[in-house]
Write a protein that binds this ligand. Structure first.
Ligand SMILES: [Cu+2]
Length: 208
């Protein structure tokens, strides 16, 4: 009996020892746990790494880089920009036509218009411009006067008040960029005032 008791007594301590052993073993994992939090701070420390290479994206970047990449994109496409600036790309070539017959802009906005001549003919033979006429202007009368105004690039001095905006005359391979304030809401006629072109080369600018 005594032996059995002893054995039990011995066994119990062994258990206890085992538990004790286990306990420290459990204690060890907690140490691992703190080490894992240490990994987290290290992640947070990543931003500090970029700080060492400051030129790259600013402080909070690494993870949310995508977000940051999007962030700068939004400002560039900010509604303010689109509201205040209308961009128009108009193409012409070795024929009597504009790529656009109708141009819509926001009334009062700033319009940036690029006229590009993709043809090969020189401007003396196939020159084009873009002339926006004010309301009430008789286009045919304007064109008849303009065709005799070669010295002023086919913009007649006497009818300057009829012109809201215009590009210069360009030939093949050339382009011209102008900026002007879109007129009040309404429909306006634009023409090419190069001799003989305006009857066909015409369209409407609609300000809304
Ligand atoms: Cu023309």
């Amino acid at each position: 009996m005594s032996n059995r008791l002893v054995s039990k007594v011995v066994r119990i301590p062994v258990f206890l020892v085992t538990l004790v052993c286990c306990t420290p073993t459990n204690t060890a994992p907690p140490e691992v746990a703190p080490s894992s939090p240490a990994v987290l701070p290290s992640t947070q420390a990543k931003p500090s790494a970029p700080e060492k290479v400051p030129a790259s994206t600013p402080i909070k970047p690494s993870g949310p880089e995508g977000l940051h990449a999007n962030a700068p994109t939004k400002p560039s496409n900010s509604p303010e920009g689109s509201r205040n600036m209308t961009t128009v790309n108009l193409i012409v070539g070795d024929s009597l036509s504009y790529s656009l017959k109708k141009i819509e802009v926001t009334a009062g906005s700033t319009v940036k218009l690029t006229l590009t001549h993709q043809g090969r003919m020189p401007k003396t033979a196939m020159g084009h411009n873009w002339v926006l006429l004010s309301n009430g202007t008789n286009a045919n009368r304007f064109l008849n006067t303009a065709m005799r105004a070669a010295k002023t690039d086919y913009i007649p001095e006497s009818l300057k008040d009829s012109v809201i905006a215009h590009t210069k005359v360009i030939g093949g391979g050339e382009s011209d960029i102008i900026e002007f304030k879109a007129p009040a809401a309404g429909e306006y006629t634009f023409v090419c005032s190069f001799p003989g072109h305006g009857i066909v080369m015409t369209g409407k600018l609609i300000a809304k």
